[in-house]
Design a protein around this ligand. Structure first.
Ligand SMILES: Nc1ncnc2c1ncn2[C@@H]1O[C@H](COP(=O)(O)OP(=O)(O)OP(=O)(O)O)[C@@H](O)[C@H]1O
Ligand SMILES: [Mg+2]
Length: 288
């Protein structure tokens, strides 16, 4: 059994005029897995995150059937503090994440650890390590509300990662970030995966989704409509039909394939393409 299991989950927000936000969701996420959720605006991605974190049904009221379990335990039977120890949650809007009670970025990162009762020495060690990993040195003395949107987003993510929960639910962490900062954030998230942390990510930057995910889940109209490896989902015609922008290397792969070059036409990264072209070139020579 996975670390997150969702069985026949259907949820309608109270007073919703658009119908259910989640319909017949079944999902089993393994410990250490990196799962990305993609889909158009309003598809239900944030709602699914909220269900995993227990915000649905604890905070967002409505009609719910089915269940979500974390480590086998239904979220409805766990208190918020219990859930918060297991699942770190990074909100879609970083402003929402800020505690609003600290005056420096450094304290913002330390805040959650203080609440957990982490001893001062260890707290300092963990915050320093996170400042380093997230490249936040130039910002540590700044006021959290006097940062740019992108800087806030990096701080919001770091303030969760520093807590070290075994499951991370991260809703669009790079929406306000430039390409360099986006790459940095993905490196940071990959680093968490390397430590065995389970990651559920909502993201619109498909090159990154393709590169880092073990599994991709495509949502449309409150349902999961496709799921599989990045190669499976991005080569599924439904993905493009639903308006998802495919990773650029896939177009190159298709064009090369059409021209008879030794690629599968399904490659999602440049590295994969180069590898296949090189292997093909070597095999080609041997064949002659
Ligand atoms: N608090 C709420 N009350 C009523 N309906 C809601 C609420 N939150 C979301 N919804 C509805 O649920 C559906 C799914 O919304 P959700 O926020 O999960 O989409 P999303 O895939 O995260 O979209 P986006 O890419 O824009 O963030 C939408 O139809 C939305 O209007
Ligand atoms: Mg959303």
């Amino acid at each position: 059994m996975g670390v997150v299991t969702i069985n026949d989950l259907t949820f309608t927000h109270e007073g919703s005029e658009t119908g259910p936000s989640l319909v017949d969701i079944n999902l089993d996420i393994e410990r250490g897995e990196f799962v990305s959720i993609i889909g158009a605006n309003g598809a239900g991605k944030t709602s699914l995150c909220n269900a995993i974190r227990g915000f649905i049904p604890h905070l967002f009221k409505g009609e719910l059937t089915g269940e979500v379990r974390i480590d086998g335990q239904p979220v409805t039977e766990e208190s918020f503090p219990e859930l918060a120890r297991q699942v770190g949650f990074v909100f879609q809007n970083p402003f929402t994440q800020m505690t609003g009670t600290t005056t420096t970025v450094y304290d913002e990162l330390a805040y959650g650890l203080g609440n957990l009762g982490v001893p001062r020495d260890e707290m300092r060690r963990r915050v320093d390590a996170m400042v380093d990993m997230a490249h936040l040195e130039p910002l540590v003395e700044r006021h959290p509300f006097q940062l740019s949107g992108g800087q806030q987003q990096r701080v919001a993510l770091a303030s969760i990662l520093v807590m070290g929960q075994p499951i991370l639910v991260i809703d669009e962490p790079t929406s306000q970030l430039d390409p360099k900062s986006t790459d940095d954030i993905f490196e940071l998230i990959e680093n968490m995966k390397d430590r065995g942390i389970t990651i559920v990510l909502v993201e619109h930057k498909m090159e990154h989704v393709a590169r880092y995910s073990d599994r991709v889940i495509l949502m449309d109209d409150a349902r999961i409509v496709a799921e599989g490896t990045p190669a499976e989902v991005f080569n599924d015609p439904r993905t493009e039909a639903l308006g998802t922008r495919l990773p650029q290397p896939l177009f190159v792969a298709r064009a090369l394939r059409e021209r008879g070059l030794p690629v599968t036409g399904r490659e999602l990264t440049l590295e994969e393409l180069v590898e296949h072209l090189r292997a093909g070139a070597i095999n080609g020579k041997e064949g002659r």
